[in-house]
Structures are given as C-alpha cells and as structure tokens.
Design a protein around this ligand. Sequence first.
Ligand SMILES: Cc1cc2nc3c(=O)[nH]c(=O)nc-3n(C[C@H](O)[C@H](O)[C@H](O)COP(=O)(O)O)c2cc1C
Length: 378
Amino acid sequence: MTQILEIRDLKALARRRVPKLFFDYADSGAWTEGTYRANEEDFARIKLRQRVLVDMSDRSLETTMIGQKVSMPVALAPTGLTGMQHADGEMLAAQAAEAFGIPFTLSTMSICSIEDVASATTKPFWFQLYVMREREFVLTLIDRAKAAKCSALVLTLDLQILGQRHKDLRNGLSAPPRLTPKHLWMMATRPGWCMKMLGTNRRTFGNIVGHAKSVSDLSSLQVWTNEQFDPQLSWKDVEWIKERWGGPLILKGILDPEDAKMAAKSGADAIIVSNHGGRQLDGAHSSISMLPRIVDAVGDQIEVHLDGGIRSGQDVLKAVALGAKGTYIGRPFLYGLGALGKEGVRIALDIIRKEMDTTMALCGKRRITDVGLDVIAD
Ligand SMILES: Cc1cc2nc3c(=O)[nH]c(=O)nc-3n(C[C@H](O)[C@H](O)[C@H](O)COP(=O)(O)O)c2cc1C
C-alpha cells in the first residue's frame, strides 16, 4: 500500500474502496464544478510569509469555537449519507473527532441517527438541521438533539432546493439508494465495503425513517425528501428555531456580506462562510475569497467560521489568518473514512494537525490564537 502523507493519498485509497456511486457523491460539485474547484484553487493562491530566528518552541493549536475548547480550529462538517462511505460511518467519525478533541457535526440526512451517535460517544457533538415543511418533524428533531445533549445546532441555509450534481444523476444516485443492477455491480467490486455493510443494519436515513409522520419505509422516503425541503425558509424561521433550541446556534451557508449582516442581527452565535462545498450554486465565489469581506462586515459582531476547499493544515492556517475563528472539513474526513474507517479519519485529522503546526512555526508563530493577517504575504 502507498504511504499516506497527505489528504490526496486518502482520497486515492477511498476511490479504490468505496463503491463508485458513493465515492462520486462525495467528490462532486454542482454543474460545471467550477465553484467546487475554486474552493481549493483559491487557497493555493494565498502565499505565506516565512519568518526566521523566532522562538518556535512550545507551540499550541488549542483555541475555542463558540466558546467550546477545541484542540485545533477544525470541526467535522455535516455530511449526508456518511454511513454509505463506510458502515456506521457517522458513529466512527464522531468517535475519531471526540478522541481528537474537536467537534463532530451530525447531518440531518445521516445514516446513523442522533441516538446512535449519542450512544457511541461520551462527549457532546453538534447537530445540523435542515428545515422541512413538516414543522412537527423539525420540532421533534430539535428536541431529539437536545435530549442527546448536542452542544450546538448548525442550521443550514443554502439548501432549500437541491443543486444539480451531474455525477449523481449519471450514477442514478437517489436518496435512499435504489438497488439496480448497475449499483449492485458497483458494490460487488468493493467486497470489503460490502462485508462491513452486511454487518450493520444502519443503511437508511436514521433520523427520518420511523420519525417523520409520513415516512415508514424506503419508497415513501424518496417522495418525502423531494417534497419536504422548505423553499420558503426565511429569517423569521431562524427566530423560532433559536427559541426552540435554546442553545448555541450556528448559521451555515453565508457567502455574502449582506446576508452576514442579517445573520449577525439574528442573535446566532456564529456563521459559517460556506457554499456547501461547491455543491449548490455553481458560479459562486469560493468561500476563502469571500472570507475577508465578510469578516470586514461582521467580524466584530459574530464569530465567523469557514468551510470549503480545506485540504491541508496550511489551508486552515490561512483561513484563521484571514479571520476565521474555526473551520470545518467535509471531504477530507469522508476520504479518510472511506479509505480506512475510524483510523482513516484519525489519520486525516493528524495530517491536518501536523501541517498546521509546522506551517505556523515556519511563519514564526507559536500559538494559533496569535495567527493573524501578518502571516499572509501581500
Ligand atoms: C458528501 C457531502 C454531503 C454533504 N451533506 C451535507 C448535509 O447533509 N448538510 C450540510 O449542511 N452540508 C452538507 N455538506 C456540505 C458540508 O457540510 C461542507 O459545507 C462542505 O463539505 C465543505 O467543503 P469541503 O468538502 O471542501 O471541506 C455535504 C458535503 C459533502 C461533500
């Protein structure tokens, strides 16, 4: 097996181990995938200042996100169908994040349920909410997250209708997956994945089936998801969600300074500058290129986080330097999970930690909390 030195190595291994339709589901963006690519490319354009003869001993990446201590400013982003990258994927990723001392965010559209993840962890995780038309169900979801002692609610604002991802359409990926001969072949060519999947009974949307009123089996779930995402979600909804939840609230999917200003007024605790990993509005700016403008607009009023395109610890450091208090990774941890399960997520986090630490030292800083604009070359 090739040595795993960077996130790209985990991606290559995941490609060999995860059935094509699920690997492609992770490695895809909307339409031309231009925004998906820009998220990564714009990080590469940012140059760092090399400093010498400064004390580089006793370094620390520790900081806080929404007041919660984190061993580095990185959280696992909410990703749907994670239990299809690897059997029981959400439970394993949550355990890896817990061991690392960083937050895990469970998606509404996960395979393992809120209760599954709570049973597999000992510390609070975060829950990401999609708002459905069936408000009764949304209330129940919020209450379940509270009962599971989740320590933040991440409300996603940029997916009220679904961006078109060509790979998913070509592969015939549906939610939940249909078992066509093509899919069965894609799975049969990944026997290790199949064996593990046969060993679990978690193969559908754990937060939804058996909980949403009109969903009792797989066929009705498909109809339900197509019909249920609420295209009329508004700032008014943020108010009642905040009230019902009563804990730390993070608004995910802000890419415009005007929206950031609205978010700052909403009473939320943080925003995530995000374009959903380039999966929604193709043609939108990359997250990292919008970060400085958003920090300028609201940085003194609300905590600003960022996701999209982070593939190394250097990228995290750049985001922090430009004003993000925290970041999230989606695909890097999914590739780790698909490649090597829980150990793969640990390896992904370890790669990012080491890269961030070395970069910070070579930029002449000892603490991530001291990293600012002065590490960026003009
Ligand atoms: C396979 C996949 C599934 C995702 N599912 C969700 C989801 O269910 N809810 C959500 O808020 N964001 C979802 N996202 C977006 C991520 O939370 C995050 O914004 C994005 O992955 C960040 O970009 P990165 O993958 O380049 O790190 C998903 C992303 C991917 C790659």
